[in-house]
Design a binder for this molecule. Structure first.
Ligand code: F3S
Length: 380
């Protein structure tokens, strides 16, 4: 990958050891993926914030970078941490975990990263324009940015997003290039299908698409909430970073010889069965990805007082909700996957998110019931 004279100087350490390291990370990535150059970005969204997922090694890495006094040069935002930064005691998070988590937040803040702690920055007003290059790392947000907003980002890792934040650039490859934004596989959903579950559909198409871009035919309408669920599911089961839906997403191009795969209701029920390990849980957890205001209101309206209900959302949404029923708790800055849920005494959750079901079984080793929001809230 070609570097400008200015970038060469950074690589040689003219702006310090950490910026040189950051540039080396970007250069290595660029060389691996045959990028021609670094291109300017307008924002970064950095994953790997929870102490549960990055542990002491991640904390030390961030503190080491922060110690050198480096600062981000473009607006940069954090993905969810391991706890509600204010109400972690109410969640049942231990003092020891909380201290480590706060150190991670402190290190990132000192570099200028904003503690948004959400996987849905677009629900918190962070909305890049179509065609804008960004470096985001939360996989569901990456799908949303590319597919719904028409912005351009690869699926960054935490360190590459932080490096991009410090340099203000990212290697020009993958979904930053027009020629790669084309679907290789087509899914056909029958048009008379009521109550299509977008989370299950996403998981199903992700498993088949892997790293390819899927295009879905047969969907006439989809809300932002449905599209965020679709993208989260597809990114969890595969490496999907962009989805096309004619009539809904801004970019829709498909290769002439793309494989066409019909989607049957049974396919989605199979996903649901595969990701469920039990049939009932007393705790329900919603907000993977983080709930919108409309979703929170819907859950409160459908409330089942026999269940303990946890809702995860953005700070902004949390502040807006008043008069919360006693069995419902609303938390921000975190989620049921990246918080230390087992240590908090929860061994089983009902979720409407295929992504949550996938990671909770693998990462948290807890029991899962995967059903629609309505089914979960109507169950005894
Ligand atoms: Fe967001 Fe946590 Fe799900 S970060 S997409 S709520 S796993």
């Amino acid at each position: 990958m070609h570097l400008t004279k200015e970038e060469e100087k950074i690589l040689d350490g003219e702006q310090g050891e950490i910026k040189a390291k950051a540039l080396r990370i970007l250069k290595t990535l660029g060389d691996i993926f045959h990028a021609d150059k670094l291109i300017p970005i307008t924002s970064t969204q950095i994953a790997g914030i929870s102490y549960k997922t990055i542990g002491d090694a991640g904390l030390e890495f961030l503190e080491e970078w922060a110690r050198h006094g480096v600062k981000v040069v473009v607006p940069s935002y954090m993905n969810p941490s391991g706890m509600d930064l204010h109400e972690w005691k109410k969640m049942g998070v231990s003092e020891q975990f909380a201290q480590k988590q706060m150190k991670i937040i402190k290190a990132l803040r000192s570099m200028g990263v904003s503690p948004t702690c959400t996987c849905t920055p677009y629900l918190a007003g962070i909305i890049p324009n179509a065609g804008e290059h960004v470096a985001w790392s939360e996989s569901s947000a990456v799908v949303f940015a590319n597919s719904v907003l028409g912005a351009r980002t690869n699926r960054e890792g935490g360190p590459s997003a932080l490096s991009a934040a410090l340099i203000g650039k990212t290697p020009n490859y993958g979904l930053h290039l027009e020629e790669n934004r084309i679907a290789d596989v087509v899914f056909e959903v029958s048009t008379d299908w009521p109550n299509l579950n977008f989370s299950l559909l996403g998981y199903f198409i992700g498993e088949i698409s892997r790293e390819k871009i899927p295009l879905i035919r047969g969907i006439k309408r989809a809300s932002w909430d449905q599209l965020k669920s679709l993208g989260a599911g597809a990114a969890a089961s595969g490496g999907v970073s962009m989805i096309m839906i004619p009539g809904i997403t801004p970019e829709n191009r498909v290769r002439s010889k793309a494989e066409i795969i019909p989607v049957e209701q049974e396919d989605l029920l199979n996903v649901q069965a595969k990701l469920s390990s039990t049939s009932a849980c007393s705790t329900l957890a919603f907000g993977c990805p983080h709930c919108s205001l409309e979703e929170i209101k819907e859950i409160i309206t459908l409330n089942n007082p026999n269940k303990e209900i946890w809702i995860f959302t953005t700070k902004e949404n949390k502040e807006k909700i008043k008069n919360i029923p006693p069995n419902i708790k609303i938390f921000s800055d975190t989620c049921m996957v990246v918080s230390p849920i087992k240590e908090m005494g929860i061994n089983c959750i009902g979720t409407d998110s295929a992504k949550c079901a996938h990671y909770s079984q693998n990462l948290s080793k807890i029991q899962i019931v995967l059903r629609s929001k309505e089914e979960l809230l109507n169950a005894n």
